[in-house]
Structures are given as structure tokens and as C-alpha cells.
Design a protein around this ligand. Structure first.
Ligand code: TYM
Length: 348
């Protein structure tokens, strides 16, 4: 992790925050682009007095319709995924966004700082609202201001995310800078997105130009964290590729989006660089490489999905972990919100 961001000479102590929406099953994209990197940051920051906070952002999930039963289940399943993948409630603060009211409270203040034009430029808003913006929820439009609040209510300095969230973290900086400027303070840090590694943008298995996503109508386009070994192997076998053999060097993947995606996934799952992988598999046909990838994916993912299923059998234990995480999170967030109220002139 790079040094603490500076703002007008003030150093903010490093603190890590990130979140995932409990809006459906977890995908391999969420795992490689986010959760696995959350675990790495948890481990790298142990014993340094740097908190790592990881959230289930249920208030973001309801910006599009969710059935109540699914929301509850998906929130627990996401928590189970975090824990099964290696996030440890003794090392990181794991909690549910709606359990810490300070997010929404600061979110309102940021709704009044952010500008309509900033929100309109967000690609996720354009993608999710589609053509019928008049019918999209106000929450979907304001979504990035709440995300800024998630981050800044902890004065978080580093936010591990996949590439698709970079624009939102940049907007978080814009909101922090405008707040600081408007009120003449040096209160919110300039948060840095942490986007590193081979799999910060895992693509669809059916179309190398589209992100792997839980909302893609085709289940064959993604690997779900709950897929069994057969489903994983079958999806990889059917993954779209081109007829050529794999190259021995990275340049050979240029203009071969599907091939590049599979090699990136392999490298990320195997904790190696793309160069290292290509030096081993260069020259192989996909008929040989795909079974290698399927075996590796099953070996890495099945212990996680087995553990998730085990944890889901005791939902009360998950809820207890989340409640205690929320208490710890609130202990950090409440004083920062109170100071924000003071700055804004709200009597407390
Ligand atoms: P969400 O729930 O869509 O995705 C959660 C995380 O997974 C990453 N991700 C991917 N990474 C690589 N390849 C993919 N195909 C892929 N798909 C998803 C995302 O980049 C993200 O890191 N707005 C956020 C949630 C959020 C948040 C926050 C994140 C709310 N508040 C505060 C960080 C900090 C979102 O919708 O992520």
C-alpha cells in the first residue's frame, strides 16, 4: 500500500474500506477483482494498526428492486463468501451497511455537495438506468454519493476495487475536495482506489468485450462462487475462444479478448503473472488449456463454496458477526459524522 494520501500537508492515517452489493450471487469477477484482494490487504496490514473494513452494501442493492427474502439471503451469503475466502472477523471489521446509520446520514450531506452533472456522467448510472432514466430510482442516481459516504465516514484512504469502480472512487475524491473547499476545512482525505493484479476486469466467458457480471442474463457468461465442479468445468469448456494456439508472450494476446481473459483468470487464480503463465502454456491449443484452467478453478473455488454452504447453515452466527462488526464500525464512523455536523453547522 502506498503512503497515506496528503491533503494540504495533512497526512491521514491509512485505513482500508471496500464493499460489495448483496444483489445476487457472487461471481469469479467479484472474487478475483475484489474479495481476494480484500484478503491480501487484510493480511498485509495486520499488526500495523491499520483497520480494514469490508461491508455488504445493502442500501446500494435496493437502488434496483430486490425481494426482501432474497436481500436477506444474499447479504448473509455475501458475508459467508467474505469469511470463506479468508476475511477474518478478528482481523477485519465485517458488517452490513444499513446497520451503521452514519453512512446514510453522511450520504445526505454528500447529496447536497455532489452536482447533478457529476452523477449524470457516471457510466454505471448510464448502463443501469438505460434509456428510461425517468423511471430509474432516485437512489440509483445518487448511488455514488452514498458510496462516497461509505468510504469517507471512516476517513478511508485506500479502497480496493475492480476497474469498473474507479470512476466512483474518483467521484469520491471530487466530493471530498468540494466539501473541504466549500467549508474551508481539510477534513476528508483524498482516497486512492487500489486496482492491481491480473484480474481487475474479469470478462464474460461468452463475450470478451463485456464484464463478467451477476446481472448478465446468460448464466454461462459467468462462474458463480456457488457453482459446483461440473458447472465450472462445463462453463470453461464452452467459453468463447478463437482457433489459434496460445502465444508465448503478452503481445500475442493483443486483439484476442477472450484468450486474454482466460489467461488473466488463470494467472490470477494461480498467483502468477501473465508472463509466467504464457511461458508455460505458450503454444498450447485451447483444447489442452481449458481443462488445465477448469482444474485450477475448481481447486481454488470449491473449498470456498463448500465453506460458504457450511456457514449458511448457521445464519444466526453470521448475523452475530455482522452485528459486532457494525458496532466496531460505528465507533469509528460516529465521531467523524459528528465532526462533519459541526463543520456544516448542525446542532448536535
Ligand atoms: P459491485 O457489487 O458491483 O462489485 C463488487 C466488487 O467486485 C468488483 N467486480 C469485478 N472485478 C473484476 N472483474 C469483474 N468482472 C468484476 N465485477 C465486479 C467491483 O469492481 C467491486 O470492487 N459500487 C460498488 C459497491 C460499493 C463500494 C462502496 C465499493 C458501494 N460502496 C465503497 C467500494 C467502496 C459496486 O457496485 O460493486
Amino acid at each position: 500500500m502506498s503512503d497515506a494520501p496528503q491533503q494540504n500537508g495533512t497526512a491521514f492515517p491509512p485505513r482500508v474500506f471496500s464493499g460489495i452489493q448483496p444483489s445476487g450471487g457472487l461471481t469469479l469477477g467479484n472474487y478475483l477483482g475484489a474479495i481476494r484482494r480484500f484478503v491480501n490487504m487484510q493480511e498485509a496490514n495486520q499488526g500495523k494498526g491499520i483497520e480494514t473494513l469490508y461491508c455488504m452494501v445493502d442500501q446500494h442493492a435496493i437502488t434496483v428492486p430486490q425481494s426482501p427474502a432474497d436481500l436477506t439471503r444474499n447479504t448473509r451469503e455475501l458475508a459467508a463468501g467474505y469469511i470463506a475466502a479468508g476475511l477474518d472477523p478478528a482481523k477485519s471489521i465485517l458488517f452490513n451497511q444499513s446497520q451503521v446509520a452514519e453512512h446514510a446520514q453522511l450520504g445526505w450531506i454528500f447529496n447536497c455537495v455532489a452536482r447533478m452533472g457529476w452523477m449524470q456522467r457516471m457510466t454505471q448510472w448510464k448502463d443501469k438506468a438505460g434509456k428510461n432514466t425517468q423511471n430509474a430510482s432516485l437512489g440509483l442516481f445518487a448511488y455514488p454519493a452514498l458510496m462516497a459516504a461509505d468510504i469517507l465516514v471512516y476517513h478511508a484512504t485506500h479502497v480496493p476495487v475492480g476497474e469498473d469502480q474507479k470512476q466512483h472512487v474518483e467521484l469520491t475524491r471530487d466530493i471530498a475536495a468540494k466539501f473541504n473547499h466549500d467549508y474551508g476545512v481539510d477534513f476528508f482525505p483524498m482516497t486512492e482506489p487500489v486496482i492491481e493484479g491480473a484480474a481487475t476486469r474479469v470478462m464474460s466467458l461468452r463475450d470478451g468485450s463485456k464484464k463478467m457480471s451477476k446481472s448478465d442474463p446468460s448464466d454461462a457468461s459467468r462462474i458463480n462462487m456457488t457453482d459446483d465442479a461440473d458447472a465450472i468445468a462445463q462453463k470453461i469448456r464452452k467459453a468463447r475462444t478463437d482457433p489459434d494456439a496460445l502465444p508465448s508472450e503478452v503481445e500475442g494476446l493483443k486483439d484476442r479478448a477472450e484468450a486474454r481473459n482466460l489467461v488473466n483468470i488463470y494467472a490470477a487464480l494461480d498467483n502468477r503473472t501473465v508472463d509466467q503463465v504464457l511461458s508455460e502454456v505458450g503454444g498450447k491449443q485451447f483444447s489442452e488449456f481449458k481443462p488445465m484452467l477448469a482444474d485450477l478453478a475448481v481447486a481454488r473455488l470449491s473449498p470456498i463454496s463448500t465453506e460458504m454452504a457450511r456457514l449458511m447453515q448457521t445464519p444466526d452466527e453470521i448475523d452475530t458477526i455482522l452485528r459486532s462488526g457494525a458496532e466496531r464500525a460505528r465507533a469509528i464512523a460516529a465521531p467523524i459524522l459528528q465532526q462533519t455536523y459541526d463543520i456544516v453547522g448542525m446542532i448536535r
